[in-house]
Design a protein around this ligand. Sequence first.
Ligand code: ZN
Length: 294
Amino acid sequence: MDELVRAIAADNFIKMTAVNAREIAEYARTVHKTLPTATAALGRTLAAASMLGSAMKEEKASLTIRISGGGPIGSIIAVSDSSGNVRGYVQNAEVDLPLKADGKLDVGGAVGKNGTITVIRDLHMKDPYVGSTALVSGEIAEDLTKNLFESDQTPSACALGVLVDRDQSVLAAGGYIVQLMPGAPDELAEKLEDNVRAAGPVSEILRSGSVDDVVSAVLNGFSPRILERSDPAYHCRCSRDRVSRIVAGLGKDELADILEKGEPLEIICRFCGKAYSFSTPEIRELTEECHKEN
Ligand code: ZN
């Protein structure tokens, strides 16, 4: 099962969130039929959204990460609730680039770096908080680190990784975000940087270990304490009711066209691939309800 932990260390000067998101990334791969490079890009973004979303305290809050870098993959969307349950998709799932010289999947090449990463925090109270920054490399972790720093001025280190097996299934996926609280001594930052370097790629730790091993490696020597544990999952919130509202909300002309054709209307959820079909009488009923309300 996937796991997310939140920890503090070094007299509360360090906050850390880490997630093992292998099942989330694998589920996303099977739903969207992504090829390896797209699997990694989507898996990284889902892991990041889960960590940031789970940090939101308001129960109904949601967090969206949108990345658009001009590369062949198009846009990537990941949405999390406040428990870290996520859903997402990439525009072009069939993107698969040759491996980079270091043997890693070329996520930066697939995403591109001519564009932005946007983090939207919606507390369902007033206008959502939107933080958008220019991409650095399209590798996602680096881009997110810059975005987080610009939005809250707290220095952080972020690592995201997905390992894809020979059969294209997800072998390991997850990441971490470490934040240094204001007033932290300089030597703390230096030691933390050394730890991050020594820990190596997060996907390698998760391949044979757990999320606790990630915390132990990154916070080595800082006496970390786990504050919270949860089990995030890939979860879509679509329902026939929600999709009906979308149908009812279509323009008058568009609905007239659909009714004239007399064929059932099929709508496929972009997040989970579930198909919803509406017969002509059902569409008529929905439009009549809609007109009554007007
Ligand atoms: Zn759905």
